[in-house]
Design a protein around this ligand. Structure first.
Ligand SMILES: *[C@@H]1O[C@H](CO)[C@@H](O)[C@H](O)[C@H]1NC(C)=O
Ligand SMILES: *[C@@H]1O[C@H](CO)[C@@H](O)[C@H](O)[C@H]1NC(C)=O
Ligand SMILES: *[C@@H]1O[C@H](CO)[C@@H](O)[C@H](O)[C@H]1NC(C)=O
Ligand SMILES: *[C@@H]1O[C@H](CO)[C@@H](O)[C@H](O)[C@H]1NC(C)=O
Ligand SMILES: *[C@@H]1O[C@H](CO)[C@@H](O)[C@H](O)[C@H]1NC(C)=O
Ligand SMILES: *[C@@H]1O[C@H](CO)[C@@H](O)[C@H](O)[C@H]1NC(C)=O
Ligand SMILES: *[C@@H]1O[C@H](CO)[C@@H](O)[C@H](O)[C@H]1NC(C)=O
Length: 606
């Protein structure tokens, strides 16, 4: 099974002394290019305003690569007044931690009119549904698009075609306006998304006043009597959504976040920001009409939003196809959110005929293998009416760390590398570097705990982990009981699956200030050196600091993934790499691993 993972020691040993020669100059040809600009756009019924678009659209173009490949993507920041990064949501970034797109963790953000080259390596076994989005502020609301990793061999389930269902929120104000208002003291933003878009379009019910929005819908072409794989992507920034398809009652879940599952039948799909699922549908053999509605509703935050798209059984849609609008009456009555939906239900796909797709059935760490337990306990404080989240007492936002962890690693061997000794005295969090350290080889059980806010409330949070995916042990109300949860798995067939985004639910919505209200438990093998964020994927909560930075591996282990042929010169940050100038604003002097190992640099530990 280690076959699927980077083999660090050999890589490190082979690289010592490699000269830094390769640079990505003007002659370097990336595999794909994305250009982000700010444009004035009207989305659905929401009045026009400035939004970020990728290659002119939101969502941006769908990227499709195949597992086992390494590709380079050049991302241009063509926005005059904002920084940008691009995160490849759900990819483990094994071997390329510098490409994770996290400001102040993996990289400096890309300044206006500069570019950054991202290396994406997707190991065999990770075919599935992903998306890309900026990781700066609230930019992910619209600077986003689908990222599909195709199977190298035949997929384990038969389907005739795959179709993308990409969800996005539309807010009434610009990202920058909302960010300022969210951070004001007292907090000044009380609005939710006005509309949820399906593949960039939407109409139905507007959340703020319950009015009807009669805007054009997305048309998804299908043919009768076929099987389709629908790839549902939760690209929303705030809304938890539930959806169902008129006339198509059986949805067979086959993938959750890049891991194939055993088939699991459901009538509705729930999807929160950051989650992805694939499900199969069999289209009708004799459809009674041309259009069948996909009906979607938002839940949890703000008044409900309703939105639609259609499956089109008629001739394939073109520019000349008449536009389709929301129905006069709702075809479906969608149930309330179910916090137990899919919990403990999904199992990893496991069939020797499809070894790559069965990859997630391997290597599940048992309770006996756990070497350390860490709680990450979040709390919402309301000092002076402003809002901020803490995780184990610390608010982590883009302004906190003076230099990205990986940049300091290239620069001086990692002066801001966390200390395990300090972390062990502070619930796993090193208070000097604001990071959670983890050693390669550890097996960590992470319990994400929610608490009642200063106002006595609870909220639902989609917790997302960068880097390696975790085995998801389930969730519940109140306080985690390890023995009880372990017994539950022991008495059921099969073991948990790997995920990268799972929810901490609000349940009743009330809990006294600071009291543990909900939990979600994960198990993680620490085998991906790098700096990885673990955070709530609600964009406003990220702005309020509900983030944690995990530094996995020591400096040698992380440098070994950076100081290697094809990459080393690129990381100088001194050539034409960050931007099109020879000397970009953040010139970082680079020391090869060999210098660092022999002690000539990197001795300035805090
Ligand atoms: C994005 O646009 C650039 C040109 O502006 C083009 O070269 C590139 O191929 C486009 N990318 C995709 C994925 O379509
Ligand atoms: C861009 O990022 C740099 C480095 O973090 C920061 O100093 C600068 O203020 C940011 N610029 C904007 C427009 O946010
Ligand atoms: C480099 O960036 C500047 C803006 O700083 C822009 O005017 C110029 O066109 C860019 N050059 C190339 C070759 O992209
Ligand atoms: C997967 O299948 C193999 C071979 O059939 C079996 O040995 C193994 O226990 C299965 N793993 C899981 C998690 O079901
Ligand atoms: C995690 O939190 C639970 C509940 O408060 C507590 O019982 C447990 O000791 C904590 N574990 C660690 C490792 O801090
Ligand atoms: C909530 O509890 C925290 C400690 O957990 C305390 O600092 C804060 O003052 C409390 N707020 C209110 C409104 O009681
Ligand atoms: C990192 O860990 C490896 C393997 O345990 C060890 O050989 C190396 O010396 C360590 N490096 C540092 C800087 O601690």
């Amino acid at each position: 099974m280690r076959f699927f993972l980077p083999f660090i020691p050999v890589l490190a040993a082979g690289l010592i002394g490699v000269a830094a020669t390769t640079t990505h100059g003007a002659d370097f040809i990336p595999d794909a290019v994305l250009r982000v600009t700010e444009e004035t756009r009207k989305q659905s019924c929401v009045p026009e305003k400035d939004i970020l678009v990728v290659n002119g659209t939101s969502p941006g173009p769908a990227l499709r690569f195949t597992e086992g490949q390494t590709v380079w993507i050049r991302v241009y920041n063509d926005i005059a007044t904002q920084n940008l990064t691009m995160h490849w949501h759900g990819l483990t970034m094994a071997t390329a931690p510098f490409s994770d797109g996290t400001p102040q963790a993996a990289q400096w953000p890309i300044p206006p009119f500069h570019f950054f080259d991202y290396e994406l390596y997707v190991p065999i076994g990770f075919a599935g549904t992903y998306f890309y989005h900026s990781h700066v502020g609230l930019q992910a609301i619209s600077a986003t698009g689908p990222l599909i990793i195709e199977d190298k061999d035949k997929p384990p389930y038969h389907y005739d075609d795959d179709l993308i269902v990409f969800l996005q929120d539309v807010f009434p104000d610009t990202d920058e306006f909302i960010e300022h208002a969210l951070l004001a003291v007292p907090m000044e933003y009380e609005r939710a998304q006005e509309m949820v878009l399906i593949n960039g379009k939407g109409g139905g019910i507007v959340s703020s006043d319950g009015s009807r929005c009669n805007d054009e819908l997305s048309v998804i072409d299908v043919e009768p009597g076929k099987t389709y794989r629908l790839r549902l992507i939760g690209g929303t920034g705030l809304s938890f959504d539930i959806l169902a398809i008129e006339g198509h009652e059986t949805l067979q879940v086959i993938e959750a976040e890049g891991a194939y599952t055993d088939k699991f039948a459901t009538h509705v799909m729930q999807v929160s920001p950051g989650q992805r699922f694939s499900f199969l549908i069999d289209t009708l053999k004799k459809p009674a009409k041309q259009y069948y509605y996909i009906q979607l509703e938002s839940r949890e935050f703000g008044p409900p939003t309703r939105s639609f798209a259609v499956l089109n059984y008629g001739p394939p849609s073109t520019d000349k196809t008449p536009k389709v609008y929301p129905p006069a009456t709702d075809p479906i009555t969608l149930p309330p959110t179910d916090p137990y939906w899919l919990e403990y239900s999904l199992r990893p796909y496991n069939n020797t005929k499809h070894p790559a797709a069965s990859h997630n059935a391997l290597d599940f760490p048992t309770a006996e293998e756990v070497t350390r337990r860490v709680n990450i306990t979040s709390h919402l404080d309301i000092p002076g009416g402003g809002l901020l989240y803490t995780i184990n007492g610390q608010t982590w936002n883009e302004g906190l760390v003076h230099e990205p962890y990986l940049v300091s690693l290239y620069k001086d061997g990692g002066s801001n590398w966390p200390s395990m000794e300090r972390a062990l005295q502070h619930d796993g969090l090193d208070p000097v570097t604001y990071a959670f350290p983890a050693d390669i080889g550890e097996v960590i059980e992470i319990v994400v705990q929610g608490t009642g806010s200063a106002g006595g409330g609870t909220e639902t949070h989609p917790w997302h982990a960068h880097g390696a995916h975790y085995w998801d042990l389930g969730s519940g109300e109140g306080v985690y009981n390890r023995e009880e949860n372990e017994a539950r798995w022991r008495s059921s067939i099969g073991h948990p699956i790997r995920r990268d985004t799972t929810n901490l639910y609000m349940y009743g919505g009330k809990s006294p200030n600071g009291t543990l209200s909900a939990w979600r438990a994960w198990r993680l093998r620490i085998d991906h050196p790098g700096v990885w964020m673990i955070h709530c994927h609600l964009l406003p909560h990220m702005v309020w600091g509900m983030n944690s930075a995990w530094v996995m591996g020591n400096q040698t282990e992380v440098l070994s993934l950076i100081d290697r042929p094809g990459v080393e010169g690129y990381l100088t940050f001194g050539g034409s790499v960050v931007g099109n100038e020879t000397h970009p604003p953040e010139v970082v002097e680079y020391f090869p691993l060999s210098d660092w190992e022999d002690g000539t640099v990197g001795n300035e530990q805090p």
